[in-house]
Design a protein. Structure first.
Length: 171
């Protein structure tokens, strides 16, 4: 089976978020049947949802994988759990969130998994990091990343690294 390009959203707002994201990237790089092809800069973002929680650090990673989508989801959830994720409040703070944003060009709607991620099109903390990795991306429904960015307010989102310093090299 040829590899599928999947994009993963990373988010944390508890327990040293930058460290959480670095650990998560290292864990993604160790997944079986998977190559970590690149990752965006880290961004500080104001919370979407309840405001009485710390700011988030967000990033996006690109994976090339021969895991099927459910196996990839299992792997992402295992990394979340290993990093102390406790599922409590909906939209509450978390040590690590790994969201499957896209899995190739597939549309999936199972009890466990909705791909593309339902929030992808509106979330600045997903779209701007994604744009660093995939300028020409289009969603399975044909909407382009460029078009979505046109409608997406960037306020409340700040890169944590300077200038054009890349997150990680795409290979
Ligand atoms: N808000 C921001 N800024 N970043 C996130 O990753 C994030 N994740 C969430 C909710 C609680 C919706 N808000 C968020 O799950």
């Amino acid at each position: 089976m040829s590899a599928v390009r999947a994009y993963i959203g990373l988010g944390s707002n508890l327990d040293d978020p930058v460290r959480q994201l670095r650990r998560a990237l290292a864990a993604l790089a160790r997944l079986p049947e998977t190559h970590l092809a690149g990752y965006s800069r880290f961004y500080r973002s104001v919370p979407l949802g309840p405001q009485d929680q710390p700011d988030y650090v967000n990033a996006v990673a690109a994976l090339d994988t021969t895991l099927d989508a459910e196996a990839l989801l299992d792997a992402l959830q295992a990394i979340e759990t290993a990093q102390g994720r406790v599922r409590t409040l909906r939209w509450g703070p978390r040590t690590l969130d790994l969201d499957m944003l896209l899995y190739g060009n597939e549309v999936l709607a199972t009890p466990r998994l909705t791909v593309p991620h339902p929030g992808l099109a509106e979330r600045s903390f997903v779209l701007y990091p994604l744009a660093e990795l995939a300028t020409d991306l289009a969603l399975p429904d044909g909407r382009t990343l460029a078009g979505l960015l046109n409608h997406c307010d960037r306020s409340g989102l700040e890169p944590l690294t300077h200038g054009d310093e890349p997150g990680g090299v795409i290979s």
